[in-house]
Design a protein around this ligand. Structure first.
Ligand code: GP9
Ligand code: MN
Length: 428
């Protein structure tokens, strides 16, 4: 029912945060690249193995003066993994408690997603991915989100040994995708989804340029190798940006979609991280993934604000000078002085800068110690955080399950008509 939306709108209105005046509109009119770093955890940044930096190119971007890097940014995905990350990043809606929202609701629901919002600002929008278009129901979902173009595997040349794991190898993919992106009318908004650094981290011999780790866990030890390869593809992409001059007119955003090493591999993680009794709390802390915004002239630095994938869309839109107050979004601008630093996980656990909830236990986020006796101030914080997290998850679920956005069109927003989009490649 349309009235189901009332409580959602009331909640969202009540949780508006102030803009950061020194960042609002700083990227107005720029091209936007969203670079999806598959399964990439924050600990890989500055990580060394075999006397080498595993990801030298991303490290350089992370530390650059004109990159805004976040070191307390968490993935918040559930079973939908990549698809949940995409849902949060481009809609500021959570994935569902079970399954993938892109598969379940992507075809039929109404959305007010990043591509459609930026379409009103004169942007051309394109997503690219080196696998079949139907994976995670992208071919339908991207229409609902208003993507003008979706470059999937069928758009790219096919040569011998060009694939590993989930699709085109990243170096080839980034090159092919860039060729298309370069032809788009500007300004453009484009998302490039890498895949090579995906479980089970296999890579052909000639691309293995760093040794595997030696934890003895076969599903873990290739991780640095595929991450190293992904990093090289980023290095090549950055060189291309410079060569084309697009580095001067673009904002480049990098994010890790979710963990690469699941909590089934605690022993291996203990070896990789040097944490002796790597436990469930450590596992929660290692849900940190990169979030970096790189732009010529941007006032950068390492920002310690706590946040997650749900916060990306309002953050980016504010940088682009797009007002978000009429949109239904559950995240908030990471750069706002009023940003709420409670980070929700899909299972209802959460992290704040002081206390972290894992199952029925509470930990001091800074010291990693479990808090056995809660003070009344701590109890209040826990109540507030738990309340916020359960409310937002359930309101978000209500929107997706009830397709509630069909009852609401923000002022100035043009409803997406899926029939306007067609990604089928007509072979000449
Ligand atoms: C598949 C790729 C991987 O197209 O995006 O998805 P994931 O398994 O990470 O959810
Ligand atoms: Mn993924």
């Amino acid at each position: 029912k349309a009235s189901d939306l009332d409580s959602v709108l009331a909640y969202v209105k009540h949780h508006q945060v102030a803009k950061n005046v020194s960042y609002y509109g700083r990227a107005k009119g720029k091209n936007v690249f969203i670079i999806h770093l598959e399964s990439f955890q924050q600990f890989l940044i500055d990580y060394k193995w075999d006397d080498q930096e595993v990801t030298p190119n991303l490290n350089k971007i992370y530390h650059a003066n004109d990159t805004l890097s976040f070191d307390n940014f968490f993935n918040q995905v559930g079973q939908g993994k990549t698809a949940d990350a995409e849902m949060m990043l481009e809609n500021s809606l959570f994935g569902l408690p079970e399954g993938s929202a892109m598969s379940i609701d992507g075809t039929s629901n109404t959305f007010q997603a990043a591509p459609a919002i930026l379409d009103q600002q004169g942007y051309t929008t394109a997503a690219a991915h080196g696998d079949v278009p139907s994976f995670w129901n992208r071919d339908n979902t991207y229409k609902s989100w208003g993507y003008d173009y979706f470059f999937s595997k069928q758009y790219f040349p096919s040569i011998k040994d060009d694939e590993v794991g989930y699709g085109l190898k990243d170096k080839l993919f980034m090159k092919y995708a860039a060729d298309y992106v370069q032809q788009l009318p500007q300004p453009f908004y484009t998302k490039l989804i890498t895949v090579t650094n995906h479980f089970s981290y296999v890579l052909d011999k000639k691309n293995q340029t760093i040794a595997k780790t030696d934890t003895g866990d076969k599903t873990v030890d290739g991780y640095v190798q595929t991450a190293h390869y992904l990093d090289q593809s980023i290095g090549e992409f950055m060189a291309w940006l410079q060569k084309t001059g697009l580095d001067k007119s673009s904002m480049v955003v990098f994010y890790g979609d979710h963990y690469g090493i699941s909590d089934n591999h605690k022993k291996a993680m203990a070896k990789l991280t040097g944490i002796k009794n790597y436990n469930d709390f450590d596992n929660a802390m290692y849900q940190r993934v990169p979030f970096m915004i790189h732009m010529d002239g941007l006032k950068g630095g390492i920002n310690h604000t706590y946040g997650g994938e749900i916060d990306v869309l309002p953050t980016l839109l504010h940088l682009l000078g797009v007002d978000t107050s009429n949109y239904v979004m559950f995240g908030s601008d990471l750069l706002s002085p009023q940003h709420d630093q409670t980070v929700a996980f899909r299972d209802g656990d959460w992290v704040t800068p002081t206390i972290t909830k894992v199952g029925s236990a509470y930990y001091n986020t800074k010291t990693s110690k479990e808090i056995k006796r809660l003070s009344s101030a701590q109890k209040r914080l826990i109540d507030t955080a738990t309340n916020k997290v359960t409310t937002e998850l359930s309101l978000s679920d209500r929107i997706l399950n009830g397709d509630l956005l069909r009852f609401y069109t923000p002022s100035g927003f043009k409803k997406v008509d899926k029939r306007d989009y067609n990604y089928t490649l007509k072979k000449a």
